[in-house]
Write a protein that binds this ligand. Structure first.
Ligand SMILES: [Zn+2]
Length: 407
């Protein structure tokens, strides 16, 4: 008994002293013709978040569950090249390291953030306007034309010192469909929830699972008759279907697009409107709360979280999914506003939705309206409103497909 106690005590003290934070031990940069590569040496993969700020124009990258090695504390580097003026790194709070990039106003075009191994490092590529890219600006959604571009986007370069044909920013992370200029033929629609999982409940008794299925069936009809797409549903009736199966079905069907349809619920009863997601981490507690709710029927357990984090990092459909989300979102938002009056524009966001993890095609999750809002719940009872949601999503899909150059 005593021995057990000692072991337990030893284990407890080991847990207490183990620092869960990854260490950032280096900050380097390399100037390339059309981008600046910034490298953070970090011993473990960690979640990160990036955003842009104005006045002065700057970009930041927060690495969570990380600490800065003492040698880097408060370090700042003068770059004055490309779109970057200076780099600063600091421990923002005990668990977050922030890299701040002061930008040359109006020069940054795009960024790409990814992990590389051996040695383990987090890479931030900041692309700037060049004469070529200025000429090509506005064509960011056109398919790349040269063989070099097609080659370059397949995988990120393996060393920062000598990247093999750095990808052009407009096509970075694009799947083969986009790279080869192929069109969209097959679409998988995923009506959220079903069977024993009703999803959220409307203030008027509507169930998310029923409304989502009805909208998906309407959308299927429009896509088939007007868009001439081949459309498959993950479920066409009221059955229980785990999230992983939905993704697996989309991959099995070799779909070109995956669209998961949901209805939202918020504790704020006056919150209304459309909210559209692609797969990413989110620092927003409200998004994570929504994701937790939508992820509730997953069979994944906590041990798989590390794998999930790695999958999100390697999400090669990031750019395309975000574009698809944007096209669907704004078309749906505009369409509903035009026909049913003003509503909140909640925007396009990244969120850790498990149904989007592991999809091999651009994938989005649409929260088409709020069942928690009395006005929208009432509208959701009507055929006209449901049809309008299907129509708005359809328009977004068409705009996305046209942007591929093969409409
Ligand atoms: Zn849902």
């Amino acid at each position: 008994m005593l021995l057990i106690l000692i072991i337990v005590t030893l284990k407890l003290s080991a847990i207490q002293t183990a620092d869960p934070r990854a260490e950032i031990s280096g900050l380097r940069f390399h100037q390339h013709p059309n981008f600046l590569r910034i490298v953070l040496d970090i011993n473990h993969i960690r979640e990160f978040y990036s955003a842009e700020l104005k006045n002065p124009e700057r970009f930041y990258l927060d690495v969570f569950q990380a600490k800065l090695s003492p040698a880097l504390a408060g370090k700042s580097l003068e770059i004055n090249s490309g779109c970057v003026r200076t780099l600063r790194i600091a421990q923002k709070n005990p668990s977050t390291v922030r890299l701040t990039v002061e930008l040359e106003p109006g020069k940054k075009k795009q960024q790409k953030i990814f992990y590389l191994k051996n040695p383990s490092r987090l890479v931030l590529d900041l692309y700037h306007q060049t004469q070529d890219s200025t000429r090509a600006s506005g064509s960011s959604s056109s398919p790349p034309t040269s063989a070099r571009e097609k080659q370059g986007v397949a995988s990120p370069p393996t060393t920062e010192e000598k990247p093999p044909q750095p990808p052009v920013p407009s096509s970075s992370g694009y799947t083969l469909v986009r790279q080869l200029g192929l069109g969209v033929k097959r679409i998988v629609l995923d009506p959220g929830h079903g069977g024993s999982d009703p999803g959220c409940l409307g203030v008027n008794g509507l169930k998310e699972k029923d409304v989502a299925l009805d909208i998906a069936l309407r959308l299927k009809k429009i896509l088939e008759t007007e868009g001439h797409f081949e459309v498959l549903l993950t479920r066409d009736r009221d059955i229980t279907l785990p999230l992983e199966k939905r993704t697996a079905l989309a991959n099995k069907y070799r779909a070109d697009l995956f669209i998961s349809i949901h209805l939202n619920a918020s504790p704020r009863k006056n919150r209304s409107g459309v909210e559209t997601f692609y797969l990413n981490f989110s620092p927003d507690p409200a998004v994570n709360e929504l994701a937790a709710r939508e992820n509730a029927s997953s069979t994944k357990n906590i041990r798989e979280i590390k794998l999930i984090v790695e999958k999100i990092m390697k999400n090669t459909k990031y750019d395309e999914s975000r574009e698809l989300a944007e096209k669907i979102h704004y078309n749906l938002y505009r369409h509903l506003k035009q026909h049913f009056g003003p509503r909140d524009n909640l925007g396009v966001k990244g969120g850790p939705f498990w149904v989007l993890i592991g999809t091999e095609m651009p994938a989005v999750l649409v929260e088409a309206s709020h069942l928690s809002n009395a006005k929208e719940a009432k509208a959701l009872k009507t055929d006209m409103y449901r049809e309008s949601i299907a129509r708005g999503i359809f328009r977004g899909i068409i705009e996305y497909v046209k942007s591929l150059g093969k409409g």
